[in-house]
Structures are given as structure tokens and as C-alpha cells.
Design a protein around this ligand. Structure first.
Ligand SMILES: Cc1ncc(COP(=O)(O)O)c(C=O)c1O
Length: 452
């Protein structure tokens, strides 16, 4: 079996034709052939949402192996925020790969790792002294944040939240709330992890301070502040359904953590890097986390993740306690420095707000016309619609799945999420044009109208 003939594959990046173009059914014959190979070679546990094989991507589109061009409203789950194959990232990666590909930072350090750390220390909330350690994935960053918090506090308990998602490694499965598909059958899980209620304004009707009081009471009664190393929370939940806590909830939780010597860890793996219309979601609420984890958007698709935080907490670990063979790989660091340049200098925070305004306006208009959309929420270019049974507000996962499936069949990549599977989330690359964004939303609207 040969790989796709490279002479027929379009070059990715923003020069790709910015259009939705269906030349076959989805999936087309070439994608079908590749999906059969996938089924034979790759375990069924590694699923896929969109039944096509990608060959190029850029701007606001993904081109598949049959020449179909799909509108991308998912960014590979909030990763290609600067746009796929962004020219600055491509150039930086090309230059680095020709220079050296790996030394292992723990063996022979190099400047780009330090430069990424300096950028994150500068960009993350708070003007206190900070340090950053780099890793490969979001889950690895969260694991390390917990390790660091435990070492610093000499306590072991960790609190995570209802609807949380933090990854698929053993500790992060324990932190993650949803059993299916993330945890079911994969236990036993890491010990000393406790779950607390979140603020979910659409479903609990509580103000932020009320929700915080409930949460703090659960933590104090079931864990005890003296035993608690860290609270780990996504300031706006990602996989859990783009849940934005009520105003005052996070602020109150940060205050309580500080009063009790508990490390407040903001997991910004999904929300980081301009996605929410601020550089970080913590900035949306004006909170300053003790530690902050990032990944996804940080390096435009190359595997990189980070823990950034108060220098005295980050320095708690003994020498050699943190790291990994590939953590802060030089190619990923080159990509990150290029991506950070784009985030800072190419108006991406502003663009996220514009994209968010289009998404919110269009989805709210749909909601007014269709009571099956119970809630439209999010910040910046991270907006979701929650589908419900009108009258009862019961989650309607079947409707969300059917709208997503029909949209994909018409050449628009959308993702579902939520504990109940009844949320469609919109996370377009910020390189998408308004025309394409609106066309994508037209397709989603038509899919909703057609769904029974
Ligand atoms: C908030 C959050 N934390 C952690 C992770 C895990 O990141 P990764 O898949 O890179 O391990 C994710 C991934 O979706 C995430 O959304």
C-alpha cells in the first residue's frame, strides 16, 4: 500500500482555496479505502468523528483524500487556533528541523525552550515571579501540575469538578468526570482524588457565590483543607460542555484556596491562547491561578504542553523530578514561538472576539426560533449550543448527534461535547473568514431544521 501520491496533494496553509467543496459523498472512495486500512491496523478504541482522511488544511478548511474541502469549525479540538500550516509556523519548523531535531532538554538545553518559558511567564495572568516546565500533552501537563502542588504543599488530596475533562492517563482519568468513553473499564484510578460540584448556571440556577459556597462546603466536609494539595479546574469547561461558571464562582474559589494554602490549578489546555477572546480564560474572570496548564493551541499542532506558575511552587521539586525525553522538543518550541508571535502581534484576541460575536449572534437567532436549543454559551471563539427537549430541559443527545452528523455529511466539521453528549461546540480556527464561518453556520442551521 502506498501513501497518497504527494504530487496530487495541495499544499496546505492559507493559500488553499477557501471554499466548501463536495466532489464525492462523505466519505469518498479514497477515504473509505483508508478507513478500512485504519480499521485493520488501528484499534477500535481510537475513534474518529469525521469519516474522511485529511491531506491538507489551512485558513478555514480541511481538504480530504478525495478532494473534498470541508469547513473547519473544530480546529482539531482547539489546536490550530492560528490556522493550520500557518506560514510563520511552517517556516520556523522548517528552519529548526534543518538545525537539530532533538538533544533532550535534560541532557543539553537549548534556547527555544527557555524562550517559550519566558513567553509563558510573561503572558499568563499575574505579575509575580513565575517559572515554566514543558511537556508533550495536556494530560502530562496536568499530571505534572498535580505532582508539583503535592510536593509544594506536602499534602496529597486533589479536588476536581463535575463535568471535568483533564485527559486519558491514569491520574487524569481519575480527575475526569465522565465514565463513558473516557474511564469505563480502565480502572483502578489514582487515589486521593475527590469531586466537587461546579457552577453550571443553565442547570443549577445558582449565583456564583452560592455555587462557590456549596462547593467549598463539600470540599471542607469531604476532604478537609488541611489534606488538600490542589484544586484543578477548567475556567471554562471544554469536553464537559463549554460550561461558563457564574460570575463570582472562580473568584471565591481562588480566595478560599489562597486562605487555606491550597494550590489553585487552572487547566487552560482547551481555553488557552486567545481562544476565549483573552489570552487565557483566567483573564476573562480576572483570576490569577497559582499554576496554569497549557497545550493544544500553544504550538499550532506540534505536541507541546506547559505548566506555568508561581516560582516558589514550581521550584518545590528536587532536581530531576520533572521532565521527560521529549518534553519541550526543539521543533515544537520553534512552532510555539512562531504561534505566540502570531497570537501577540496579528490581532488574534480581537479576531476571537469577532468570531465569537458571529457565532453568538447566529446561534442565539436559531435559539429564538427553535426551543430545542436550551442554551448558547461560551466566550470568544469557544461557543456552544446545548440541545434539550423543549419544556422539560432534558438533554437531547440524539438531536446533537444528528445535527453534527448531517453537518459533517454536508462538509462542515463540528464537534459534540458535554456530559450528556447534547452540546455542539464551535471552535473555528481564527484564520477562518466570515463568509466561510457563516456558510458553516447555514449548514448547521439547515441540519437542525431538517432534524426531527
Ligand atoms: C481541559 C483539558 N485538559 C486536558 C486535556 C488533555 O490534553 P491532551 O489530549 O493533549 O492530553 C484536554 C484535551 O482535550 C482538555 O480539554
Amino acid at each position: 500500500m502506498s501513501l497518497t501520491d504527494v504530487t496530487t496533494v495541495p499544499v496546505g496553509g492559507p493559500s488553499l482555496a477557501q471554499e466548501r467543496r463536495l466532489v464525492t459523498a462523505i466519505p469518498g472512495p479514497r477515504s473509505q479505502e483508508l478507513l478500512e486500512r485504519k480499521a485493520d491496523a488501528v484499534p477500535s478504541g481510537v475513534g474518529h468523528t469525521v469519516p474522511v482522511h485529511a491531506v491538507a488544511a489551512g485558513g478555514g478548511v480541511v481538504v480530504d483524500a478525495d478532494g473534498n474541502s470541508l469547513i473547519d469549525l473544530g480546529s482539531g479540538i482547539a489546536v490550530t487556533t492560528v490556522g493550520n500550516a500557518h506560514p510563520k509556523v511552517v517556516e520556523a519548523v522548517r528552519a529548526q528541523v534543518a538545525q537539530f531535531t532533538h538533544t533532550c532538554f535534560m541532557i543539553s538545553p537549548y534556547e527555544s525552550y527557555v524562550a517559550v518559558a519566558e513567553s509563558l511567564n510573561r503572558l499568563t495572568p499575574g505579575d509575580h515571579a513565575k517559572k515554566t516546565a514543558l511537556f508533550n500533552s495536556g494530560a502530562e501537563a496536568v499530571e505534572n501540575a498535580v505532582k508539583i502542588a503535592r510536593k509544594h504543599t506536602r499534602r496529597s488530596a486533589v479536588v476536581a469538578f463535575d463535568h471535568a475533562y483533564h485527559g486519558r492517563t491514569n491520574l487524569t482519568m481519575a480527575l475526569t468526570a465522565k465514565a463513558m468513553p473516557y474511564k469505563s473499564g480502565f480502572g483502578p484510578f489514582a487515589a486521593d482524588v475527590y469531586r466537587a460540584p461546579l457552577s453550571y448556571p443553565y442547570r443549577d440556577g445558582l449565583t456564583g457565590p452560592e455555587a462557590a459556597r456549596r462547593t467549598i462546603s463539600v470540599i471542607e466536609k469531604q476532604v478537609g483543607a488541611d489534606n488538600l494539595a490542589a484544586v484543578v479546574i477548567e475556567p471554562i469547561q471544554g469536553e464537559g460542555g463549554f460550561i461558563v461558571p457564574a460570575e463570582g464562582f472562580l473568584e471565591e474559589l481562588v480566595r478560599w484556596c489562597r486562605e487555606n494554602g491550597v494550590v489553585f490549578i487552572a487547566d487552560e489546555v482547551q481555553t488557552g491562547f486567545a481562544r476565549t477572546g483573552e489570552m487565557f480564560a483566567s483573564d476573562v474572570f480576572g483570576i490569577v491561578p497559582d499554576l496554569l496548564t497549557t497545550a493544544k493551541g500553544i504550538a499550532a499542532g506540534l505536541p507541546l504542553a506547559a505548566v506555568t506558575g508561581r516560582a516558589e511552587i514550581m521550584d518545590a521539586s528536587h532536581a530531576g523530578g520533572l521532565g521527560g525525553t521529549y518534553g519541550g522538543n526543539p521543533i515544537a518550541c520553534a512552532a510555539a514561538l512562531a504561534a505566540i508571535d502570531v497570537f501577540e502581534n496579528d490581532g488574534l484576541i480581537e479576531r476571537a472576539r469577532e468570531v465569537g460575536a458571529v457565532l453568538t449572534r447566529r446561534l442565539r437567532a436559531l435559539q429564538v426560533a427553535d426551543p430545542r436549543i436550551g442554551d448558547v454559551r461560551g466566550r470568544g471563539a469557544m461557543i456552544a449550543a446545548e440541545f434539550v427537549v423543549p419544556g422539560t430541559g432534558e438533554p437531547d443527545a440524539a438531536l446533537a448527534a444528528s445535527v453534527a452528523r448531517a453537518s459533517i455529511a454536508e462538509g462542515v466539521i463540528v464537534l459534540t461535547c458535554g456530559t450528556y453528549g447534547n452540546v455542539i461546540r464551535f471552535l473555528p480556527p481564527l484564520s477562518i473568514g466570515d463568509d466561510l464561518l457563516n456558510e458553516g453556520l447555514d449548514v448547521v442551521a439547515a441540519a437542525l431544521n431538517a432534524a426531527q
